[in-house]
Design a protein. Structure first.
Length: 418
């Protein structure tokens, strides 16, 4: 039973959530749009004229329209406390019927509300049977009130100016500039907000980018807008009589995207030394004369690659080769030649973004060969002189290769006699 009850509650919550979504969707298509008002009375602090709007896409659920005058359109408590609903017909019908998309305010009315709170907004509500007043106020459309007069704006400013550059080119900017109204200020004499680029918050070297009606809270800066040295955006309040004495400013950083660049440097060092000579070595049966050559070569190469993202990769390779050759000839005409060669290569790679790796490979080769020559001759009175030459050659070659992880050995032996 407990499980069943829990499932039932979940089902009810789901139905309620879906109902709210449906109401929200219905509200979107049931809202009016393009609300406009022009004050035709040039006396300050009073307003007169026609409020107009475009009807909703779907009016099937709309009962009628209601027009409110308010100080703060986003605060329901403020609307209900200081604002008031305007009657469509004085002393008659309070609501605007479907099919009528305007309301005339005449004669002129004061722009001050209860407790002398200044009016800043006209709000047009689409009343529906399934929406209470609070929900209807939340979904209302609106237009800012400009109190037409000969007065200038003064020192009024907006607040919380925000901008982030989205243009990746150097000295070029683009993106959305936004701001907020100061709840304590009277924006009734502001018809527009004008936008400037400048070198500092006080407006040095300022360049005008454009303006938007006072109903708006943001300005779209086109991509590729030039900003050579200017790193401040200023928002002025203005009307046909001039702009405000001060501006609200926001500094920004010019986003300059650079593709990763790669720089590679390499060095190579080679050292070679050779020693050669002849030595006479006494043997037990004869004397041997040996000649030898020792050769050593060391080559070291290194390369370093650096990218603009500060990552570094380096590779160092070192090869050492040693070769020794010795040959000897004894009095018995036996010639022996030996060659020894060893080559070692070590490679080390490292990167600032990964661990280091290293490898080593050694190749060793040695060979031995010997040649023996014997010549004998005999002469007799009754025979012709005979000469015999015998040459014996044998050679052996062995090679071995080893690495730090795997060792492979191979040997080859060959001999020949003639």
């Amino acid at each position: 039973m407990a499980v069943s009850g829990g499932l039932a509650r979940c089902a009810l919550l789901l139905v309620h959530a879906l109902s709210l979504l449906a109401l929200a969707a219905a509200a979107r298509v049931s809202e009016v749009s393009n609300v406009e008002f022009v004050d035709i009375n040039t006396t300050d602090h009073v307003i007169e004229g026609t409020i107009s709007w475009d009807p909703p896409t779907d009016t099937s659920t709309v009962l009628h329209y209601g027009v409110w005058i308010a100080n703060n359109k986003d605060d329901i408590f403020n609307i209900l406390r200081f604002g008031s609903k305007l009657w469509y017909e004085d002393g008659g019908e309070p609501n605007v019927p479907i099919g009528t998309n305007h309301m005339v305010i005449s004669p002129a009315i004061s722009r001050y509300l209860k407790e002398d709170m200044p009016a800043h907004w006209f709000m047009v509500l689409s009343h529906r049977s399934d929406f209470d007043l609070g929900a209807t106020l939340t979904s209302a459309s609106y237009v800012a009130i400009y109190d037409s007069s000969s007065l200038q704006v003064g020192d009024i400013t907006v607040s919380n100016v925000q901008f982030t550059d989205e243009d990746s080119q150097a000295t070029r900017i683009g993106g959305t500039l936004s701001w907020e109204r100061d709840p304590a200020a009277d924006y009734g004499f502001v018809s527009d907000f004008s936008i400037y680029l400048a070198d500092d918050a006080s407006g040095a070297s300022e360049t005008r980018l454009g303006s938007v009606p006072s109903t708006d809270f943001e300005f779209s800066i086109p991509f590729n807008t030039v900003a050579e040295t200017q790193r401040f955006l200023l928002v002025y309040c203005e009307n046909p009589n001039g702009r405000s004495a001060m501006a609200a400013a926001a500094s920004f950083t010019d986003w300059d995207w650079e593709p990763p660049s790669t720089e590679t440097s390499s060095t190579m060092t080679t050292l070679t030394s050779t020693v050669s000579g002849t030595a006479t070595v006494p043997l037990s049966s004869s004397t041997s004369t040996s000649s030898f050559t020792l050769s050593s070569t060391s080559t070291t190469s290194s390369s370093t690659t650096t990218t603009s993202s500060s990552s570094t990769a380096s590779t160092t390779s070192s090869t050492n080769t040693f070769t020794a050759t010795a040959s000897s000839t004894s009095s018995s005409s036996t010639s022996v030649s030996e060659t020894y060669s060893s080559s070692t290569t070590s490679t080390t790679s490292s990167s600032s973004t990964s661990s280091s790796t290293s490898s080593s490979s050694t190749t060793t080769t040695w060979s031995t060969s010997s040649t023996t020559s014997t010549t004998s001759s005999s002469t007799s009175s009754s025979s012709t002189s005979t000469s015999t030459t015998s040459t014996s050659t044998s050679s052996t070659t062995t090679s071995a290769t080893s690495t730090s992880s795997t060792t492979t050995s191979s040997a080859t032996s060959s001999s020949s006699t003639s």
